[in-house]
Design a protein around this ligand. Structure first.
Ligand code: PEP
Ligand code: MG
Length: 584
């Protein structure tokens, strides 16, 4: 019988396939206590299983290639580190040696207590890190049970299948996709997890948080996964299948239509050139940016390099990553953002971030970098060295006062001088810009702009800080409103201040990639956007069908709006995109 399971869409697109269940309680745990005489053998069994699990991870790492190899290798390394953690191993030995638990029971206890620690965390991203613990311990349990490795069993054949599981490790995703997997339905997981980020980059439709999936589905059930709506239709009807075929036809037409725009310029009907830049986190995003004819990288989020590891990446490692971004853009500008970590994102790379009562208002972004100068110097040196390979701009997150910019500029100057003294060929001048995402920076911009080479509006945060609405709290629902009159006034203000001072203004929040906001942003005077590269062609199509001069005339009523109704009325009056042939 037809049934709909609901979760959250974590990776766009639809997939139709047979369900393949991967039960979380895959391993039988023997709870009977050990006799004293059995302890030594059990310790040996555990150590052997740890060695096998490590060897499996190493083998998996060696097999990696392709555009995501480096990112996936980092996840695998993080898992290997957990297995070699002296405290983790000592804890298991104590449970067996002193507590007389069997190895499988010791692993289960260790898993439960570590997962409890992660679950107690307030931060959604940190909570999602419990998945790593489960994957690592699951792997050792697998080795203990002397089963075929989890990988082999999972990979036997994936053609036409949708994986239904509690969670999936990032390292498992690439081989799964290579073996023909179509999509994923997870009963747990979060849209912020690294698996979700990778699924998006690999275009694997994925639904997370479908709590009933494992109890309601059977192996082989036909499922239709919708990664946009977060719905999973079990036993779809003929009508559902017709809807899916229709969607496929529309997608094929859209791809064909949009692919013609890969080499097209972006220019409004009245001839105004518009820049469409790419936001990037992975090497594959840079490749996609080039393929879609992006104007440059508008935002390279360097946090990705710092996650899932014990120590921050050193200068050389960072330099190589930044250089690859610059080389990948073949002469187009790459905007590299300095680290935007804080206790609200993750305690990445052993940075020992304190638990803060209000992490989003705490030591985040530039505040963390300036409190940990060595971190900032290392990163600035690495970025500056990459300037030898193509145009680079440095972007600083969470700026709230001009003093922060002065300090970063001074540090940048010191690093440049030092590098030149050491014989590095770095660019003569590197542009320094600020993210405008704290309302104070937006309001005070007229007095700051002379000290900045460019600005980038981070609406994801600007909206949350202007409206005092947590961007990660779904319960606040429609209160998180990028079209709030206060937000629109700030956007128009920043764009105008930038234009008058002759400083480029880009908007790099999620809003920039949503075609329903394109006309509004053009009306407010925006000429440079930055978005996930997968959205560039859709936005280009809309920009090329709009008349900017006509739209600009609609800015005053938008800015006079007193409430959402006025805004909606003004938006309804905005000229619609005019495609070739529309006039006929
Ligand atoms: C923003 O705040 O809009 C932004 C682009 O940065 P992030 O989403 O990384 O905070
Ligand atoms: Mg931000």
């Amino acid at each position: 019988m037809r049934l709909i399971l609901t979760g959250s869409g974590a990776s766009r697109g639809k997939a139709l396939g047979r369900a393949r269940l991967e039960q979380p309680s895959r391993y039988l745990v023997d709870e009977t206590p050990l006799d004293h005489a059995e302890v030594a053998d059990e310790l040996e069994r555990l150590d052997a299983a740890l060695t096998i699990a490590l060897a499996e991870l190493r083998a998996l790492r060696d097999k990696l290639d392709g555009p995501l190899a480096r990112e996936v290798a980092e996840f695998i390394d993080a898992h290997s580190l957990i297995l070699q953690d002296p405290e983790f191993v000592r804890g298991l030995h104590d449970l067996i040696g002193k507590g007389h638990y069997r190895a499988s029971a010791a692993l289960k206890l260790q898993r439960d207590s570590l997962v409890a620690v992660f679950e107690a965390m307030d931060d959604a991203y940190l909570r999602s890190r419990r998945e790593d613990i489960e994957h690592v311990i699951g792997r050792v349990q697998g080795a203990l049970a002397r089963e075929s490795s989890v990988e082999e069993r999972k990979l036997a054949s994936r053609v036409g299948e949708v994986l239904v599981s509690d969670t999936v490790a990032p390292a498992e995703l690439v081989p799964l996709a290579e073996h023909g997997l179509l999509g994923l339905v997870l009963s747990a997981g979060s849209t912020l997890s690294h698996s979700a980020i990778l699924a998006r980059s690999m275009r694997l439709p994925m639904v997370v948080g479908a709590h009933d999936a494992l109890s309601h589905l059977r192996d082989g059930d036909l499922v239709l996964v919708d990664g946009d709506s977060g719905e999973v239709i079990v036993h779809p009807t003929a009508q559902d299948l017709a809807g899916y075929r229709q969607w496929q036809r529309e997608m094929a037409q859209q791809d064909k239509r949009l692919s013609r725009l890969r080499t097209a310029e972006t220019r409004t009907l009245d001839g105004m050139p518009i820049q469409l830049n790419a936001n990037a986190e992975l090497a594959s995003d840079v490749a996609q940016a080039r393929a879609c004819g992006a104007s440059g990288i508008g935002l390279y989020r360097t946090e990705f390099l710092f996650l899932q590891r014990r120590d921050p990446p050193g200068e050389e490692e960072q330099f190589l990553a930044y250089r690859d971004v610059v080389l990948g853009m073949g002469g187009l500008p790459a905007t590299i953002r300095t680290l935007d970590l804080g206790a609200d994102k993750v305690d990445g790379a052993g940075l020992a971030l304190r638990d803060e009562p209000n992490p989003a208002l705490g030591v985040r972004g530039v505040r963390l970098s300036l409190r940990t100068p060595q971190l900032m110097y290392t990163q600035l040196r690495a970025i500056l060295r990459a300037t030898a390979y193509g145009p680079v701009r440095v972007l600083v997150p969470m700026i709230s006062c001009i003093e922060e910019i002065h300090t970063v500029r001074r540090m940048l100057g010191e690093c440049a001088q030092e590098l030149r003294g050491q014989g590095h060929a770095i660019a003569d001048h590197v542009e320094l810009g600020a993210m405008i995402e704290v309302p104070a920076a937006a309001i005070a911009l007229p007095s700051m702009i002379q000290h900045l080479d460019f600005v980038s509006i981070g609406t994801n945060d600007l909206v949350q800080y202007t409206l005092a609405v947590d961007r990660n709290n779904d319960e606040l629902g429609t209160l998180y409103d990028p079209l709030h009159p206060a937000v629109l006034k700030l956007l128009a203000h920043v764009i105008t201040v930038g234009r008058r001072a002759g400083r480029p203004v880009t908007l790099c929040g999620e809003m920039a990639g949503e075609t329903r906001h394109t006309a509004l942003l053009l009306a407010l005077g925006l000429t440079s956007f930055s978005m996930h590269p997968g959205l560039i062609l859709e936005v280009r199509e809309v920009v090329n069908a709009l008349d900017r001069r006509e739209l600009r005339r609609h800015a005053p009523p938008l800015l006079r709006a007193r409430g959402r109704q006025d805004i909606d009325d003004a938006l309804a009056r905005l000229p619609q995109p005019r495609h070739p042939g529309d006039e006929a």
